[in-house]
Design a protein around this ligand. Structure first.
Ligand SMILES: Cc1cc2nc3c(=O)[nH]c(=O)nc-3n(C[C@H](O)[C@H](O)[C@H](O)COP(=O)(O)O)c2cc1C
Length: 241
């Protein structure tokens, strides 16, 4: 199987890179061919919304995914198009994506206008989320952005792997002793179906547990209970508004 691992951090040697490499090594050990793209090492300018890609498909002599910005996105798209599965490892910034990673997601817009890619069978994708933790707002907006943009580009976000607060500043992974003996366990750690992050209410997208807990608390006019045990106090203050 051909895999692509995209590391969405602007930092070349941060927590996400350490996790992306460990995930890539786990895939390679299982016999898969693994390519890596590190957004810290490539040049991807933000989408300007010019909508030139809206007519690329109907313009003779040019690529149906043509974009007027000539940068490394072209190479990244080729790697994506050649992959059977995609893995994204990304830090959470204020519940969402770092701007460099958001630029990458927005530059997937040419796929939106391609009838070929719209009709293509979706391939599986995984999202590994990295963060320092301690923020009560979670990362559901990041999941929503990744799901939406990857879906346009021919991928179906299947699973979200929550590594928030579980990668040390030096890149050491939580449970590294156990992972040395059972490296494939890395792929199951903190994993939940992406559908757990599908619950949408007027003030945001929430993981299933948080949604039900908040709904119940509103019904009973009681205090809101967070499903994130580390942040209970802060989440009660922030989420129940
Ligand atoms: C602007 C900014 C916003 C951040 N927001 C969050 C957050 O909401 N939740 C969290 O757990 N960590 C947050 N962090 C911490 C980063 O996710 C953390 O430092 C992570 O290690 C960055 O990834 P990297 O080490 O791969 O660069 C934030 C960091 C920055 C710079």
């Amino acid at each position: 199987m051909k895999r692509l691992v995209i590391c969405g951090s602007p930092r070349a040697a941060g927590r996400s890179r350490a996790l992306a490499e460990a995930v890539g090594e786990t895939y390679a050990r299982a016999g898969d061919a693994v390519n890596h793209v590190n957004l810290s090492d490539v040049r991807i300018a933000p989408c300007t919304g010019c909508e030139r890609c809206a007519v690329s498909e109907r313009t003779p002599g040019i690529d149906d995914l043509y974009c007027i910005i000539a940068d490394d996105m072209m190479t990244v798209r080729e790697l994506m198009n050649a992959s059977d599965e995609l893995t994204v490892v990304c830090p959470v910034y204020f519940s969402g994506a770092p701007s460099q990673f958001k630029a990458f997601l927005d530059r997937l817009q040419p796929y939106y206008y391609s009838s070929k890619w719209r009709a293509a069978k979706k391939r599986p994708a995984h999202l590994f989320v990295v963060g320092e933790g301690g923020d009560p707002h979670g990362f559901a907006p990041l999941v929503g952005e990744v799901r939406s943009a990857l879906s346009v580009a021919g991928f179906r976000l299947d699973a979200v792997h929550d590594w928030v607060g579980r990668v040390e500043a030096d890149g050491a992974l939580a449970g590294s002793d156990r992972l040395r003996e059972q490296p494939e366990a890395l792929l199951a750690e903190g994993s939940a179906p992406a559908s757990d992050y599908l619950f949408i209410e007027p003030d945001g997208i929430r993981p299933a547990g948080a949604f039900s807990a908040c709904k119940a608390s509103h019904t009973q006019a009681a205090a809101c209970v967070s499903v994130r045990p580390l942040d209970d106090a802060a989440a009660q203050e922030a989420d129940c508004g």
